[in-house]
Ligand binder design. Structure first.
Ligand code: SF4
Ligand code: SF4
Length: 63
């Protein structure tokens, strides 16, 4: 399985990750920053979030 983590301190709220994640598990919270808003275990390890985020907020590791 893959585990995605986000460093929210680096997030500037651009929203690109939420639009790009093919699993639909990333979203924007009321504080204007992204977070894992869906079922984290549905992450397929594609690293689209890593490639999309301009601020290097995401890391994806295979467990
Ligand atoms: S690795 Fe892919 S499926 Fe997992 S959170 Fe990132 S974009 Fe979504
Ligand atoms: S792509 Fe990066 S900076 Fe933009 S909302 Fe997502 S985590 Fe935040």
């Amino acid at each position: 399985m893959f585990v995605v983590s986000i460093d929210r301190d680096k997030c500037d709220g651009c929203g690109a990750c939420a639009d790009a994640c093919p699993a639909g598990i990333l979203g924007m919270l009321d504080d204007g920053k992204a977070d894992i808003t869906g079922e984290a275990e549905e992450c397929m390890g594609c690293e689209t979030c890593v490639a999309t985020c301009p601020n290097e907020c995401y890391t994806v590791t295979e467990m």
